[in-house]
Design a protein around this ligand. Structure first.
Ligand SMILES: *[C@@H]1O[C@H](CO)[C@@H](O)[C@H](O)[C@H]1NC(C)=O
Ligand SMILES: *[C@@H]1O[C@H](CO)[C@@H](O)[C@H](O)[C@H]1NC(C)=O
Ligand SMILES: *[C@@H]1O[C@H](CO)[C@@H](O)[C@H](O)[C@H]1NC(C)=O
Ligand SMILES: *[C@@H]1O[C@H](CO)[C@@H](O)[C@H](O)[C@H]1NC(C)=O
Ligand SMILES: *[C@@H]1O[C@H](CO)[C@@H](O)[C@H](O)[C@H]1NC(C)=O
Length: 240
């Protein structure tokens, strides 16, 4: 081998070792939502009670975050008095998400151990193939009970007035478990295997243009046009 090859090999090894052992620094991003909700170019909607932003690292093709304007630390700090706010967050969030992509189905809920300070609701398209989805923890955080659906949260609050949270150990087990496709029995070997190959087997978004446009059948554009008109009424409708 030439010395250039050794050099490249050494660099790869260093890069791999650093990536493997580098600890993420949660402190750095903990306050990110406070900043994001002031970023005009991220904001999709806001009113007196909440701000809806585009996640800057989307975990699905579409990923919105609904943030409470009144400061509440997180989902662990809500009680019965917050039911109207949580209802609004779900309703307005889904309205915004569907205004842009009404065909997609969304996962709507809270993380049992939120990463960011400040109460926020995730609205993420079910495909989970966004550019921000980079490891199995990201995937598992939406496909295991670590993800608490908004419907269940509201139901518990109405019935019990409080929420039950899993232990930290349990949360870790869920996040660290091997990948398991939420739509079928397949166990992807890695997140790349899931995103690059497996996700294509599921018909998540019928009308997203295929990669090779020259192969699109004519019927595709007619169907797309049709859905556009079908959805137009819903896009222009206001919530309520
Ligand atoms: C904000 O929340 C209050 C209290 O729940 C409600 O009365 C009001 O209508 C909400 N505002 C909007 C714009 O939804
Ligand atoms: C709910 O939480 C708020 C603070 O977020 C607190 O002021 C209020 O007393 C709590 N209500 C109940 C019934 O615990
Ligand atoms: C209400 O609390 C009880 C006891 O903690 C629990 O068994 C039950 O599942 C809860 N119900 C809901 C809807 O969360
Ligand atoms: C797209 O499909 C055409 C026809 O099958 C093929 O000739 C072309 O190489 C493809 N382009 C890409 C980028 O795959
Ligand atoms: C439009 O909204 C109605 C009622 O909210 C719903 O039943 C229908 O499925 C929506 N249409 C589309 C194309 O999303």
């Amino acid at each position: 081998m030439k010395y250039q090859h050794w050099l490249i090999l050494t660099c790869c090894l260093i890069k791999y070792t650093v990536a493997k052992y580098k600890q993420p620094n949660p402190e750095k991003y903990f306050m990110a939502l406070h900043v994001a909700m002031l970023e005009q170019n991220l904001i999709e909607y806001q009113d007196e009670n909440l701000t809806i932003i585009d996640d800057w690292y989307p975990k699905g093709s579409n990923h919105y975050i609904v943030i409470s304007k009144r400061y509440i630390r997180g989902i662990r700090h809500v009680n019965r008095s917050h039911i109207p706010l949580l209802e609004q967050m779900e309703e307005k969030g889904l309205w915004v998400a569907r205004s842009f992509r009404s065909r997609r189905s969304y996962l709507v809920g809270y993380h049992a151990e939120p990463f960011f300070d400040r109460l926020h609701l995730h609205i993420v398209s079910e495909d989970l193939r966004g550019r921000g989805l980079k490891n199995k923890e990201h995937y598992n955080s939406f496909t295991t009970p670590f993800f608490m659906p908004s419907k269940d949260v509201l139901h518990s609050l109405r019935v019990n007035g409080s929420l039950h949270f899993p232990s930290h150990e349990q949360c870790r087990l869920w996040l660290k478990r091997p990948l398991h496709c939420a739509q079928c029995n397949y166990q992807p070997k890695s997140i790349q295997d899931y995103k690059d190959k497996h996700v294509a087997y599921h018909n998540f978004d019928t009308w997203s243009p295929p990669a090779n446009v020259s192969q699109v059948p004519t019927g595709f554009w007619i169907a797309k046009m049709w859905t556009f008109f079908e959805e137009w009424g819903n896009i222009t409708a206001t919530p309520e």
